[in-house]
Write a protein that binds this ligand. Structure first.
Ligand SMILES: [Zn+2]
Length: 569
C-alpha cells in the first residue's frame, strides 16, 4: 500500500472564495486524494485557513469584530462550504493554531542558529496615536500621481500606480485617521534565501517530471534580475505569531510577529499535529519526518500559479535550511487561472460565482464535474454558462445519468427490480469489456500523472461506451425474440452502472454513492480485472431504480444565472 501525503494551498481567511480559487487547489487535491483512497492507498489529505496578516486585520475591523473572533467565524464558514463541495480533508486546520505558533518559532530559531536569518534596519511609518507601526495598507493619503484622495500606501486604486507610503501626500492612519505619522527606524528579520540559491536550484533541476508551469515560475524567481532575494519574515502587527527564537524571546523583536508567508506553509506540518490532537490520527511524524517513517511517503502539493514561488523556493528554503529531516514535496501540481464569462472573477465587485452561491443553485457534483473537466492546466480557461449548461446536460445527464436510468427502468419493466438470470456473453460483450478496460487503464494513467482534464476525458469515454453498447445491443428489441440474451445484456449493463459509480467517485462522489445505494451494494472495490468487476452483481441480486441522478439545466436557468452573477455582490 502506497502512502500519499496531499496538501491543498491554504485559502486566505477573509471571505468566501470563488470557483476559480476552488479549481486552482482544493478541488483537484480532493480528486487526487479520493482517487488514491479508492485505489486502496493510505492518504493524509490536509488543508487549513491562512489567517494572519493585514487583510485579516482589516476585514475584521470592517466587520466590527476582534480579529481572533472574526477568523474563528470565517474558519467555520469556509469549513462548512468545503463540506458542501465534499472536500474530503482528513483535517481542515488553522494557521493561527498553537501548534503552528510553536512550529514556526521552532523553524525561525533553527534557521537563526544556522546563520540563515539576518537583521535589517528599515524606516517605517509609526503612528503615536495608534501606538504602533503601520503596514503599507494601513496608510492612506493623496496620490502624488493623480491626486486621488484615498490612495493606499502600497497602490493607488484610481491610477493603479505602485506606491510607497512615504510618497503619499497628507498620509493618515486607516485605523484612527491620525495624521501625526512619523518615519521611525525599526528592525526586521530576513530569511537568507540568496545563500540557498544553489541548493534550491539543484533540487528543482532534479524534478524533471514537474509541470512546466511549476518549474518555469521557480526558475524565473531563481534567476531573473538579481536572482533569488532575501525576504523579510517579520511584520509590525498585533495579529500573528510572536517572533521568538524557539521557546526564547528574540531581543529587539518585541511586539513583532512573523510575516504570513513564512508561517502559512509551516501550517501544512502543524495541521497534521492538529489532526492528531483532534483525535483523528495517532502519529504525524511518520508523514513528515524522514527519520521517523516518512521515507516512503509521496508528498503532492496542489496550488494556483500565484503560490508557486512560495512552495518551490521559500518553504523549501525553510525546510532545507533547518538541516532537520523533514519531508520535502515530491510533486507540485500548479494551475493557471479560471476566468469568468469574458473577464475575471472579482471578489470586490462580486463578479462570478462564489462557492456558497454555487451550492445554493446546484449540488456539488455538477460543479465538481465541470470545474475538473475544464481545469486550467495548460493555459487559463474560462467559465461560461453556455459551456457549463452544455457540459452538464451532455456528459452528466445524457450520458451517465441516462444510462443508469434507462437500464434500471427497462429491467424493472421486464424482469423486476432484480438482476436478471440467463444468457451468455458474445463477441459484442467481449469487445465492450476490452474497450472499457482500455479506457479505465488510460484513466488510471492520467490520474497518476495528475492530468486532470485528460483523466476526465478518459472517464467520459468510458461512460460513452455504455450508451453505445445499449444502442447496438438494443435489449428492448432483443427481449422480443430472445429474452435470455436481453437478460444477459441488462445484467452486464447493471454491473456497468456499479463500475461507473466506483470509477467516477473521485469526480462526482454524491452521484457515485447514490448509484451504489440504488444497486444495494457496498462493493466499491477498484476494478482490476474487468471480467470480475462486471460480475459483482449476480443474477437474483435486488436493486432499486435510482431517482434522477443528474437533471438538465434549462435555458431559462442559464440566462437567469448569467445575469445574476454578472457583478455587484
Ligand atoms: Zn493615483
Amino acid at each position: 500500500m502506497a502512502r500519499h501525503l496531499i496538501t491543498s494551498a491554504i485559502p486566505y481567511i477573509n471571505g468566501i472564495k470563488h470557483l476559480g480559487n476552488l479549481v486552482g487547489s482544493q478541488l483537484p487535491a480532493d480528486l487526487f486524494a479520493r482517487y488514491q483512497r479508492a485505489r486502496g492507498n493510505e492518504v493524509l489529505f490536509l488543508c487549513a485557513t491562512d489567517e494572519h496578516g493585514t487583510p485579516a486585520e482589516l476585514a475584521a475591523a470592517k466587520a466590527g469584530k476582534p480579529v481572533a473572533e472574526y477568523c474563528a467565524e470565517m474558519h467555520e464558514v469556509q469549513s462548512k462550504i468545503a463540506d458542501g463541495f465534499r472536500l474530503s480533508f482528513d483535517h481542515f486546520g488553522r494557521s493561527s493554531s498553537p501548534q503552528n505558533h510553536k512550529l514556526t518559532q521552532h523553524f525561525a530559531g533553527v534557521l537563526a542558529e544556522r546563520g540563515l536569518i539576518r537583521e535589517v534596519s528599515e524606516t517605517q511609518m509609526y503612528s503615536p496615536t495608534d501606538g504602533r507601526y503601520l503596514p503599507d495598507r494601513y496608510i492612506e493619503g493623496t496620490c502624488p500621481n493623480c491626486g486621488f484622495e484615498d490612495a493606499r500606501g502600497d497602490q493607488c486604486d484610481n491610477c493603479t500606480k505602485q506606491l510607497d507610503p512615504v510618497d503619499l501626500i497628507n498620509p493618515r492612519s486607516v485605523i484612527s485617521g491620525a495624521t501625526d505619522l512619523q518615519m521611525r527606524e525599526t528592525k526586521h528579520l530576513y530569511l537568507c534565501q540568496s545563500q540557498m540559491k544553489d541548493e534550491l536550484e539543484a533540487w528543482i533541476d532534479s524534478k524533471t517530471d514537474w509541470p512546466v508551469l511549476t518549474t518555469s515560475i521557480a526558475k524565473k524567481w531563481l534567476n531573473d534580475g538579481d536572482g533569488l532575494q532575501d525576504r523579510g519574515i517579520t511584520r509590525d502587527l498585533d495579529w500573528g505569531i510572536p517572533v521568538k527564537k524557539g521557546d526564547e524571546d528574540w531581543p529587539g523583536m518585541e511586539g513583532k510577529v512573523f510575516y504570513v508567508w513564512f508561517d502559512a506553509p509551516i501550517e501544512y506540518i502543524a495541521c497534521s499535529q492538529e489532526w492528531v490532537d483532534a483525535g483523528k490520527g495517532d502519529d504525524w511524524e511518520r508523514w513528515w519526518r524522514t527519520d521517523k517513517g516518512a521515507e516512503d511517503v509521496t508528498y503532492t502539493q496542489f496550488m494556483g500559479k500565484d503560490n508557486v514561488p512560495f512552495h518551490t523556493l521559500s518553504f523549501p528554503a525553510t525546510i532545507l535550511g533547518s538541516g532537520e529531516p523533514w519531508k520535502l514535496v515530491d510533486y507540485i501540481k500548479s494551475f493557471n487561472y479560471l476566468n469568468y464569462d469574458g473577464g475575471q472573477f472579482s471578489t470586490s465587485r462580486g463578479r462570478g460565482v462564489f462557492m456558497d452561491q454555487a451550492l445554493e443553485i446546484l449540488p456539488a457534483d455538477y460543479w465538481r464535474w465541470w470545474l475538473l473537466s475544464h481545469a486550467p492546466e495548460s493555459s487559463d480557461s474560462e467559465f461560461t454558462w453556455e459551456n457549463f449548461q452544455s457540459s452538464v446536460n451532455k456528459d452528466l445527464a445524457d450520458v451517465l445519468g441516462n444510462f443508469a436510468s434507462r437500464v434500471t427502468k427497462f429491467c424493472r419493466s421486464k424482469f423486476g427490480e432484480v438482476v436478471p438470470q440467463g444468457g451468455a456473453m458474445g463477441d459484442l460483450e467481449a469487445k465492450l469489456i476490452a474497450d472499457l478496460a482500455e479506457k479505465i487503464r488510460e484513466y488510471e494513467t492520467q490520474m497518476e500523472a495528475h492530468e486532470v482534464r485528460k483523466a476526465a476525458g478518459a472517464l467520459r469515454a468510458a461512460w460513452v461506451l455504455g450508451n453505445e453498447y445499449l444502442q447496438e445491443a438494443a435489449p428492448w428489441s432483443t427481449f422480443k425474440t430472445d429474452p435470455e440474451a436481453a437478460a444477459m445484456q441488462i445484467r452486464l449493463a447493471l454491473n456497468m452502472i456499479r463500475l461507473y459509480a466506483v470509477i467516477s467517485s473521485p469526480f462526482i462522489p454524491d452521484a457515485s454513492a447514490q448509484l451504489l445505494a440504488a444497486l444495494k451494494t457496498e462493493d466499491d472495490s477498484w476494478p482490476g480485472d474487468l471480467d470480475a468487476a462486471l460480475d459483482v452483481l449476480p443474477a437474483g441480486h435486488a436493486f432499486e431504480v435510482p431517482d434522477v441522478t443528474f437533471r438538465k439545466i434549462t435555458d431559462a436557468e442559464r440566462d437567469d444565472w448569467q445575469e445574476r452573477f454578472a457583478g455587484t455582490r
